[in-house]
Design a protein around this ligand. Structure first.
Ligand code: GRF
Length: 223
């Protein structure tokens, strides 16, 4: 038997996506080992959750560093020391230095609450509502130096109710994020997914478009 994929997670907030990953693993649905949960916020719920689960944690305060690059280099060095094969950003609310993240190319993914390439950055739910979009969603993508701009692996979509506000829309999207992210990590853990240049390769062939999350069938190729 091969060793399970070693996963580190970075999160700045409550950590519900981390919880979904941990839950998938405890159900036996995600063959990974969590080697580290790190945060730029010492009071992040994600750190408490990791502690309660027995996962090693790391809280690093950016204010202790002269600049972004110094912080990111130290952060990524510590993550590398954890032995992680894959780094998952799950609500890590920082822009990353391109040079610092370069060694993680193809080994770092992020979940972003929009149908990328729409709405990179913040306030995605509000912006989708303001634009009158009929559909909104979440994307899991490989991380590159471009903010929320790396190749998209998979998306979950939901219909927007024009009468709802951004909080309700965010709340309705979250459970889909919680299924989408473990499913993508599962593909990586199974050795089925990789990044080649700007292309996402699944089972040896390049995806022409992101995979779609289907509530009945799980991740499926676009039609
Ligand atoms: C999620 O909406 C995720 O898409 C975004 O940040 C939020 C993190 O939520 N990147 P949580 O901390 O996982 O609950």
């Amino acid at each position: 038997m091969t060793a399970p994929l070693r996963v580190a997670v970075l999160a700045s907030g409550r950590g519900s996506n981390l919880a979904a990953l941990i839950d998938a693993r405890s159900r036996g649905a995600l063959p990974v080992e969590f080697v580290l949960v790190g945060s730029d916020k010492a009071d992040a719920g994600a750190l408490r959750l990791a502690e309660a689960t027995g996962i090693p944690t790391l809280a690093l305060d950016p204010r202790g560093y002269p600049d972004r690059r110094a912080f990111d280099l130290d952060l990524f060095a510590r993550i590398a020391a954890s032995g992680a094969d894959l780094l998952v950003l799950a609500g890590f609310m920082r822009i990353l230095d391109g040079e610092a993240l370069a060694p993680w190319a193809g080994r770092m993914i992020n979940i972003h609450p929009s149908l990328l390439p729409k709405y990179r950055g913040l306030h995605t739910h509000r912006r989708a509502l303001q634009a009158g979009d009929a559909e909104h969603g979440a994307s899991v993508h490989y991380v590159t130096a471009e903010l929320d701009g790396g190749p998209v692996i998979a998306q979950a979509r939901l219909a927007v109710d024009p009468a709802e506000d951004e909080h309700l829309l965010a709340q309705r999207l979250l459970p889909l994020e919680h299924r989408l992210l473990p499913a993508v990590v599962g593909l990586i853990a199974d050795g089925r997914l990789r990044l080649e240049g700007h292309g996402v390769i699944l089972d040896g062939s390049r995806l022409p478009a992101p995979l779609l999350w289907d509530e009945a069938a799980g991740l499926r190729r676009p039609a």
